[in-house]
Ligand binder design. Structure first.
Ligand SMILES: [Zn+2]
Ligand SMILES: [Zn+2]
Length: 269
């Protein structure tokens, strides 16, 4: 790539897990980060989904200069009852650490969580919005089959200044409603699957100062590697697809994605 860029959402702990099944061996994580840096992805955002992975993310960001952390209880964890008072208190404690720059991933997932879990999921989402605001850091939202309810909750609570929809996967019309609210859309490898999809059309209308790129690794591997575990080192394939969809040259896009990431998450070094 002609310039460096940022993977704004990944799960290095899950990559390490899929490589070596016992715990979180730092050596694999460091190798993964080195492989990413070698292709120009010199910065990543490590995202938590429960208390243990949020603590792990905060520790990794503390020791590795390429990594910033986000901490949260994933909506599907929350829907299963994980957003206890104690768990939320721990997320709030981690949120105060200097290398923790956002609350995520939180949000609403009506695909994986059944209807009986929606009320506690929404309660958890509201609590996470409150934590992000209290610490003045970003909010990273996961939404699946729940865009209407997600926007309703954001409107009721008031979105934090820097709010990101991770793995944006709806159409251009919904994108417009999110962009009008000042939200940032983070695009994953799914935009490489076909440039005719609704999500690709959404990317095409997204201003560069409201656009981020992510892997959500080890999930959502971009073409032409679909089927193998994803890693931050594959981010350039998604960036190239976004360059084509937005009609932006690659170097400019890398610089703009980095600038947006620094505005949202703050500086890395
Ligand atoms: Zn997610
Ligand atoms: Zn994720």
């Amino acid at each position: 790539m002609p310039a460096t860029a940022v993977d704004s959402h990944c799960h290095l702990d899950l990559i390490a897990d899929s490589l070596a099944e016992d715990g979180y061996p730092n050596i694999e994580v460091d190798a993964e980060l080195a492989a990413a840096a070698a292709v120009g992805i010199t910065r990543v955002v490590q995202v938590g989904v429960d208390v243990a992975s949020s603590q792990w993310a905060a520790e990794l960001a503390q020791r590795h200069p390429d990594v910033l952390a986000m901490v949260a209880l994933h909506p599907n964890e929350a829907g299963a009852g994980a957003a206890t008072e104690g768990a939320l208190a721990e997320i709030n404690r981690l949120a105060a650490l200097p290398r923790v720059r956002g609350i995520g991933e939180t949000g609403l997932d009506h695909f994986r969580t059944g209807e009986d879990g929606w009320a506690i999921q929404e309660q958890s989402f509201r609590a996470h919005i409150d934590i992000a605001k209290r610490h003045g850091i970003a909010l990273m939202i996961h939404t699946r089959d729940a865009y209407e309810d997600m926007l309703r909750v954001l409107d009721e609570e008031g979105a934090p200044e820097n709010t990101v929809l991770h793995c944006y996967s709806s159409d251009a019309e919904t994108a417009r409603r999110c962009l009008d609210r000042g939200l940032v859309l983070s695009f994953s490898g799914t935009v490489t699957f076909s440039n005719a999809t609704a999500t690709a059309q959404a990317a095409a209308i997204t201003p560069l100062d409201q656009m981020l790129v992510e892997t959500d690794a080890p999930f959502l591997t971009p073409m032409p590697f679909r089927g193998r575990p994803n890693g931050p080192y594959l981010t350039p394939y998604t960036i190239r697809a976004l360059a084509e969809l937005t009609g932006t040259d690659l170097a400019t896009l890398c610089q703009r994605l980095t600038a947006t990431a620094e505005r949202v998450f703050g500086p890395w070094p």
